[in-house]
Design a protein around this ligand. Structure first.
Ligand code: NAP
Length: 672
């Protein structure tokens, strides 16, 4: 057993089988499950993680029947002919040395199709379809479907199933009065409401035998006003254990709840206390989850006895070798999940294939290959922001000789991102790339640039221009007034804005700057953070929800402005935009859309809003009005007839973000 992380690498004996370590790769829908030919790619995706040493993998949710599909044509296991492709996947994972369980997920009223069913006909806020209330017969058929799917999963070679009972899906919908208003034996009392969950586990156990894993994902903290109380959570967990579950996994929050549970601003391991609270009430192993992304954090959770295993999903998108690197004392080389959701959840919710911002190869294992080059080239990279770092490290890994210049250091705009409250995880990305550049032998010329003339006179086979962006200067009368400052000066700390501030531009950076201005240090402390979002850390109230979130008043008056009449923050991430908006609203930021800028003078910023003139009497006006590509070098080189590759913000500043930059840099590095 490795000396570092002794708890993480302690095998777990389940009686009939043994797991090699305490790490589970948690369930995550990739989008490959549902497309033609997707299982071959999915298999390769899991195999890479299995080779990376994870003890147990849980697949994305597979529905036990037609009504339970999340979206039309999403994957389902109900018929013997469907077993074949699953068997190929399990065989490949076993050959790679890991175990794999299939998650059984019935969407219930979260289904995005007209055949949705639920305990009661109550529409979910996150689906346009009102579900049909299940008849008693339909309930029995659905339980049979779970059992049949589990038997087919066993036939397909899975090591077990995870029965998804949390996050507000069908089983969870039976448990809470929020969604179950039945008056028959499946509704009313708590005993009746948990009957569906218990029957599924009990009948599955009887059907599959004793020597197969049944993991139950239990909603330990619904975060709903009429969710379960703590006594009910304990009662359910004990009943699930009696019904024959092997392991209980932790579920936090329903999907419709507006409290962040996994996004970047959630403190690491913010919810492990909930799992820990259940420890003394059940005797089967408990798995904890949510925002655990480093081996240190996982080890700490296990060492403190909060849980028996740790489940991580997104960290395995970011780095398939997470476990092996931890085992071989290479944790500093782990490409850490920064919980941005941009490559994974945001894409899945747009019905696209998942990938990962910091690892564009995730779910593209068969397409984006980092094979050794047969024709090594001498390559010059100018600019080591996200795009330049990604290109340089992969190109060098492939065997090219890469010399990379940056007049500052590495990281570009990521060095600003780390200063934004809730974005500190970008430090990990900087750390990862620093090592990746060095380990792959990139010749770093930091603090140095090259002119077009110098580049032309350098002997090389390819030039990559990754010079980033230049902030846009809006055309407003008085823009050169001393009150006007750039977001770079504010984020870098060069300028400390006064107590009244107007922000011009409400894109990603406008929101970031507003967050920085209203942030309170104390809000990062775990307990305070949870309470500021209304989480009852004493678990006195139903659903683990405080009657009122803890007050979170800001020390500044901030105006966030945009000219478009559309919703503020519409361009932010699909799964995180609401968090940014809520946080600023709670801190009293005044968000004004449909604004016309008139002028800037000693009084402040003169605008027209809803047809009325208004003066925002502010101390500072911060420009966050978007970016233009920094193409000067590229234009000069191209002008002299040189062929250059332009990547990242220098190529396209419109949708400049780190995800696109890293992907573009990586893709070019695999082709060059
Ligand atoms: P952006 O998202 O394009 O936003 C620019 C803002 O400036 C818009 O609100 C725009 O609104 C306003 N604007 C544009 N031209 C203007 C002009 N001439 N005068 C006044 N206002 C003008 O750009 P950004 O905020 O610089 O962000 C750059 C990129 O990085 C974006 O893709 C962003 O999503 C990404 N980023 C992402 C995050 C994140 O959390 N994921 C954080 C930071 C940055 P109006 O035109 O309506 O006024």
């Amino acid at each position: 057993m490795p000396e570092h992380y002794p708890n993480l690498f302690m095998p777990l004996d389940l009686g009939f089988t043994r797991l090699e370590n305490r790490v589970i790769m948690g369930s995550m829908h990739t989008g490959l499950e549902d497309v033609r030919g997707g299982f071959r790619k999915l298999s390769e995706f899991y195999v890479e993680r299995a080779r990376g040493g994870v003890g147990l993998i849980v697949t994305g949710g597979i529905s036990p029947d037609f009504c339970g599909q999340l979206v039309p044509f999403s994957s389902q296991l109900s018929y013997p002919w469907q077993v074949y492709k699953h068997r190929k996947l399990t065989t490949a994972v076993h050959a790679a040395g890991s175990r794999i369980c299939m998650q059984l997920l019935h969407a219930g009223r979260y289904a995005i199709h007209p055949f949705a069913v639920a305990p009661s006909a109550i529409k979910a806020p996150i689906s346009p379809f009102k579900p049909r209330a299940m008849s008693a017969g339909k309930i029995q058929h659905t339980i049979d479907a779970y059992v049949k799917a589990a038997l087919l999963a066993r036939k397909a070679g899975y090591d077990g199933v995870e029965i998804m009972g949390s996050e507000g899906y069908l089983i969870n919908q039976f448990i809470c009065t929020h969604t179950n208003q039945r008056e028959d034996e499946w509704g009313g009392s708590f005993e009746n409401r948990i009957r569906f969950a218990i029957e599924i586990v009990d009948r599955t156990r009887k059907a599959v035998g004793d020597d197969w894993i049944i993991m139950y994902r239990l909603s330990m903290l619904d975060l709903l006003k009429d969710g379960s109380n703590w006594e009910e959570v304990v009662q359910l967990a004990q009943a699930i254990e009696r019904a024959g579950a092997t392991l209980i996994n932790t579920g936090i929050g329903w999907h419709e709840v507006r409290i962040p549970t996994i996004a970047a601003m959630v403190p690491r391991a913010a919810f492990t206390w909930v799992t820990a609270k259940l420890k003394q009430s059940v005797s089967i192993p408990l798995i904890t989850s949510n925002r655990i992304n480093t081996p240190e954090q996982a080890e700490q959770v296990l060492a403190s006895g909060e849980a028996d295993m740790v489940s991580m999903a997104r960290p395995f998108l970011a780095d398939p070798q997470f476990v092996n690197k931890a085992k071989h004392n290479q944790a500093s080389r782990i490409n850490t999940c920064i919980a941005c959701n941009q490559g994974c959840l945001d894409r899945v919710f747009r019905k696209q294939r998942a990938t990962c911002m910091v690892n564009p190869r995730a779910c593209y294992e068969t397409e984006l290959e980092y094979t050794k080059t047969k024709i090594p080239k001498k390559i010059i990279v100018i600019g080591l922001g996200a795009a330049g770092m990604a290109f340089a490290s992969i190109a060098a890994q492939r065997g090219h000789t890469v010399t990379a210049y940056d007049i500052a250091g590495i990281g570009g705009q990521l060095n600003l991102a780390v200063k934004i409250p809730g974005k500190q995880e970008f430090h990990e990305t900087l750390r990862y790339f620093r090592h990746a550049l060095e380990d792959n032998g990139v010749i770093l010329k930091l603090g140095q640039g090259l002119t077009a003339r110098e580049i032309r006179s350098t002997e090389c086979d390819a030039v990559i221009v990754a010079t980033g962006v230049i902030p846009r200067m809006p055309d407003i009368h008085g823009i050169n007034h001393s009150k006007v400052v750039s977001y770079i000066d504010v984020i870098s700390g060069k300028v400390v804005p006064g107590e009244r501030v107007a922000i011009i531009g409400a894109g990603g950076i406008g929101f970031d700057v507003a967050t920085l201005l209203v942030d309170k240090e104390a809000a990062h402390e775990k307990e305070h953070w949870l309470q500021s979002w209304g989480v009852d850390t004493q678990y006195i109230h139903r659903g683990g929800l405080l009657p009122q979130p803890r007050e979170y008043s800001a020390q500044r008056k901030v105006y966030l402005l945009q000219r478009k009449p559309s919703k503020m923050g519409a361009t932010l991430g699909k799964t995180t935009g609401w968090i940014h908006r809520t946080r600023l609203k709670n801190a009293g930021v005044e968000m004004l859309n449909g604004v016309k800028y008139q002028r800037i003078d000693d009084r402040g910023l003169h605008i027209e809003h809803n047809g009325d003139p208004r003066v925002l009497e502010v101390d500072h006006i911060i420009l966050c009005a978007g970016q233009n590509p920094n193409r000067a070098l590229a234009d000069e080189l191209e002008g002299s007839g040189m062929l250059v590759h332009v990547i990242g913000g220098a190529d396209k500043a419109v949708e400049l973000d780190a995800e696109r930059a890293i992907r573009q840099g990586t893709e070019l590095a695999t082709k060059i």
